[in-house]
Design a protein around this ligand. Structure first.
Ligand SMILES: [Zn+2]
Ligand SMILES: [Zn+2]
Length: 286
């Protein structure tokens, strides 16, 4: 998969990025600097963006792409090497057996469908999912508790999920970037976007008006409200408390199978009607 037009600098950087998959922009720049040094190329941080564009042009034919984003929680700029043909999990999360991928899908389901927009599940709920695996032919797939525990660790080590200090599993930046297409196509409206940056949001703030769709990343909110004495919602203009949160790791829940089935329509898109009773309940910050 050597793309034409790549120099040794491109190749060395790509190699380093492939083993990491996702890194902060600071780390990426550092690697770029060291690679330039090794190949006697001139290092200019102003040129990094162009360098990434060149890589993306070369990677286009093999359906890979460097994507930039800001970490959902910290706002730190990150860059990830992603698969652009991400409709199916198997195309993205390679290196797992079919049973392991099925477990991965169940975990995604439970996290995305978690009640009250918590977008996380407890370790107990995660292990519980391992007992309900079936393949397309409805044949039961066996995954022991011990195997499931080891696999959960591997998913975290491979940067697909984040494990909080309280032991809750949530989506990582790698998942959000690489599984973007899959998540949107599978879960429809259940996958929400930040009102300001339009990227997927699973951790941040929400409008206290239940019917309002405004969701903001913490870092997007602080930038947007910086010069506002009385912050108001960018969508409905009601007062913005900043205290109604989504993606809480201390609120661990997973919907029952029945709820989940009801919310997923036949074509895989999500219908969230009748699921908003508790939306205006304020939650304390972690
Ligand atoms: Zn945002
Ligand atoms: Zn609003």
């Amino acid at each position: 998969m050597v793309a034409s037009g790549f120099t040794d600098t491109h190749r060395l950087f790509l190699q380093a990025a492939m083993s990491r998959r996702i890194m902060t922009e600071v780390v990426a720049l550092d690697i770029y600097a060291r690679v330039c040094q090794a190949t006697n190329d001139r290092f200019d941080r102003e040129q990094f963006s162009d360098f990434v564009d060149q890589l993306n042009t070369g990677l286009n034919s093999v359906e890979l792409e460097f994507r930039k984003a800001q970490d959902e929680v910290t706002g730190t700029p990150v860059i990830a090497l992603t698969n652009t043909n991400g409709q199916k999990i198997a195309q993205v999360a390679t290196g797992y057996t079919p049973t392991e991928l099925e477990y991965f899908k169940h975990l995604l389901d439970a996290i995305v469908m978690a009640d009250d927009e918590t977008y996380c599940i407890s370790a107990t709920a995660a292990l519980h999912e391992a007992g309900h695996l079936k393949n397309k032919e409805n044949k039961v797939l066996v995954l022991t508790k011990r195997d499931a525990e080891a696999l959960l660790d591997r998913f975290v080590a491979d940067k697909w999920f984040i494990k909080s200090a309280a032991g809750a599993y949530s989506l990582s930046m790698r998942s959000l970037l690489e599984l973007q297409t899959y998540l949107k196509e599978t879960y429809g409206e259940q996958i929400q976007e930040c009102t300001l940056c339009m990227e997927i949001i699973t951790k941040g703030q929400r409008c206290s008006v239940a019917a309002c769709s405004s969701r903001l990343h913490q870092h997007c909110a602080s930038t947007y409200f910086r010069n506002m004495n009385n912050p108001v919602c960018p969508t409905c203009h009601s007062a913005w408390s900043g205290k109604v949160l989504i993606g809480l790791s201390d609120k661990m829940s997973a919907p029952s199978k029945v709820q989940r089935r009801a919310r997923r329509t036949a074509n895989g898109a999500a219908a969230i009607a009748g699921d908003n009773e508790d939306e205006d309940i304020e939650r304390d910050e972690e």
